[in-house]
Design a binder for this molecule. Structure first.
Ligand SMILES: [Zn+2]
Ligand SMILES: [Zn+2]
Length: 259
């Protein structure tokens, strides 16, 4: 009788752990860069001005702590404000994008189920204000947008609950959320546990040319996939057909600091 009880209790605990693990998954649709071996290297094009360089370096080295991948900062190819994507890599740009409501955006282009290119933009219109012009806010947003390009989703989208200690968490207080946490690294190990027969980590002429996305015009970002507790869309999908999609993650300014 006693042993039956122990078995039942163990089952209960195991199912709790299993449920927690499923809920705690924050890969975005399983999308990932195709590659044939780990650790793989992702080139990040540096198009940012000097005020952002140290934050980009921090985000790059933080994510490179992952055992499955490394990121390397290389010279940018898109110094224009629109931040044109280059396939096989990421372009990171900063500019005064105006009072459009977003602090930062990250877009991933998907083709055949794999990420083929990524763009990160940070909005100096807000980062030049005293509220956001702090290293904590800059670290949080840069770390989160680069995390999205790797295939990660948010761990949490409630600005007002206790911070989780990861940059993949929406938070009113950026201080504890400036870097990835162990759960992010575990998630990356899971996403990149298998190998592909091809790679999307280099320029490929065979990849279909993608449309550019104008992040200032929200209609351009496509269908709203998910809304956070503030009723703002945190994830958009633009479907170009034929398995070609662009997903855009948006980090909004706080309601009382916005446009
Ligand atoms: Zn794959
Ligand atoms: Zn985000």
């Amino acid at each position: 009788m006693k042993s039956l009880l122990i078995v039942l209790i163990s089952f209960f605990i195991l199912s709790l752990i299993f449920t927690f693990k499923v809920n705690a998954s924050h890969s975005w649709g399983g999308y990932h860069w195709a590659r044939t071996a780990n650790p793989f290297n992702l080139n990040i094009g540096d198009n940012v001005k000097s005020a952002w360089d140290s934050y980009l370096r921090t985000a790059s080295s933080d994510w490179s702590t992952s055992s499955v991948l490394d990121t390397t900062i290389v010279s940018g190819r898109s110094f224009t404000k629109n931040c044109r994507a280059t396939n096989g890599r990421v372009e990171v740009c900063n500019a005064k994008y105006g009072r459009n409501g977003w602090l930062g955006v990250a877009s991933i282009w998907i083709s055949g189920g794999h990420i083929t290119q990524g763009v990160v933009k940070v909005n100096d219109t807000y980062f030049n204000t005293s509220f956001y012009n702090t290293s904590a806010w800059r670290n949080l947003v840069m770390c989160q947008e680069v995390g999205h390009i790797l295939g990660l989703d948010h761990q949490d989208e409630d600005f007002n609950n206790p911070p989780l200690g990861t940059c993949m968490d929406y938070s009113a207080d950026p201080t504890p959320n400036q870097h990835p946490n162990q759960h992010d690294y575990d998630m990356l190990s899971e996403i990149y546990a298998h190998f592909d027969t091809t790679t999307t980590l280099k320029q490929s002429a065979s990849l279909r040319g993608f449309f550019e996305i104008d992040h200032n015009d929200l209609k351009n970002l496509g269908r709203e996939i998910r809304t956070n507790l503030d009723k703002r869309t945190s994830l958009f999908e633009r479907d170009f057909g034929g398995g070609n999609k662009v997903y855009t993650f948006v980090t909004w300014v706080s309601q009382n600091r916005g446009n």
